[in-house]
Design a protein around this ligand. Structure first.
Ligand SMILES: [Zn+2]
Length: 123
């Protein structure tokens, strides 16, 4: 996984002079369309990017709206793929050509949810 700064220096080492802000937008767009996966660092101040794993079928994504961390729900891969195939078939019957199905679930991750039940002593 690369941070924005690491990606920038990797490109510059290869002789590509790209604007810092341009690269930022590019990384964000690639992440938005699913080509890259975006991960928050532990302190959630730095994004890291990695190539999206396109081979693990259609695993639904879960994104925490609080910390914007993304999780792949690999266990949901097979049923999601089946549902996607159905949807694409339905589209095809209507004359449309579906290319990509993206399943995203938004919510609050376990780390951001307030602890439930009896309060435990912390620290
Ligand atoms: Zn969270």
């Amino acid at each position: 996984m690369l941070t924005h700064a690491q990606a920038l220096s990797a490109l510059q080492v290869r002789g590509l002079d790209i604007n810092r802000v341009t690269l930022y937008r590019l990384l964000d767009r690639l992440a938005a369309c699913g080509a890259l996966q975006r991960h928050a660092d532990d302190d959630a101040r730095t994004w890291r990017y990695s190539l999206a794993d396109l081979d693990d079928g259609l695993a639904p994504r879960f994104e925490c709206d609080a910390c914007h961390r993304q999780f792949r729900v690999a266990e949901g891969s097979a049923p999601t793929q089946a549902a996607a195939t159905d949807l694409l078939r339905t589209l095809a019957q209507l004359g449309h050509q579906g290319v990509r199905v993206d399943v995203a679930i938004h919510g609050t991750c376990a780390g951001c949810l307030p602890a439930r039940g009896a309060s435990k002593s912390q620290g």
